[in-house]
Design a protein around this ligand. Structure first.
Ligand code: FES
Ligand code: FES
Length: 181
C-alpha cells in the first residue's frame, strides 16, 4: 500500500510499489492531463510537481512518492486561474497540445522560485521537448506569467472548463471564435 497526496487529496494506491507514478496517475486516478511521451525521462510530457520540484513522473515509482505532495496539471488551479495558465491562453502557446501540461508544470515550478527568469534560465529550467516547436511562445508566456506574479500586469481570466468556443472567444480577446460563430 502506498500513501501520498495528489492534488491536495490523500490517495492510497493498491498497486505494485514499483509502478511508475505516471501510470498510477493516469490509469488509477484518471488524471490524464499528465501525458506519456517517451517513458524514459527525456521529453518532459509527464512532468508533475512533487514537493515543489518539477519531476518526470515516468521515472518515479509510487513507492518513492510515499508521504509526498504531488500536484498535476489538474491541481494547478481548479478554474484555470493560475498565472501560468492565464499567460498560456493569452499567448496562444499550444499547437497540438501534447507537451503542454508538462511545460506548464515546469514553468509553474520555475516561477515559484524566480518570477523574473531570463531566457537562459527558462531554457535551463524547462528542458521539455515540444515537437511542434512552440518554444518562443513558451518563453513569452513564462515572461508574461512572471509579470502577473510580480503584480505588473493583469490578464483577463481564461474561460472555465466546458465553455463553448464562441463564448470563450467573447470572454478572452486573445482567443479566436470558430468560423461561422
Ligand atoms: S514520458 Fe516521462 S519524460 Fe517522456
Ligand atoms: S504543442 Fe505539440 S508537442 Fe508541443
Amino acid at each position: 500500500m502506498t500513501k501520498f497526496s495528489v492534488n491536495d487529496r490523500p490517495v492510497e494506491y493498491r498497486m505494485d510499489p514499483e509502478t511508475p507514478l505516471l501510470w498510477a496517475l493516469r490509469d488509477a486516478s484518471n488524471l490524464t492531463g499528465t501525458k506519456y511521451g517517451c517513458g524514459t525521462g527525456d521529453c518532459g510530457a509527464c512532468t508533475v510537481d512533487i514537493d515543489g520540484e518539477a519531476i518526470r513522473s515516468c521515472l518515479v515509482t509510487i513507492a518513492e512518492c510515499e508521504g509526498r505532495l504531488v500536484t498535476t496539471i489538474e491541481g494547478l488551479s481548479r478554474d484555470r486561474s493560475h498565472p501560468v495558465q492565464q499567460a498560456w491562453v493569452a499567448e496562444q502557446v499550444p499547437q497540438c497540445g501534447f507537451c503542454q501540461s508538462g511545460m506548464i508544470m515546469a514553468a509553474a515550478v520555475l516561477l515559484r522560485g524566480n518570477s523574473s527568469p531570463s531566457d537562459a534560465e527558462i531554457d535551463a529550467a524547462i528542458t521539455n521537448i515540444c515537437r511542434c516547436g512552440t518554444y518562443p511562445r513558451i518563453r513569452a508566456a513564462v515572461r508574461r506569467a512572471g509579470r502577473v506574479l510580480r503584480g505588473e500586469e493583469r490578464i483577463a481570466a481564461a474561460p472555465p472548463p466546458g465553455i463553448r468556443p464562441e463564448d470563450a472567444a467573447r470572454a478572452v480577446p486573445a482567443m479566436r471564435a470558430p468560423p461561422g460563430s
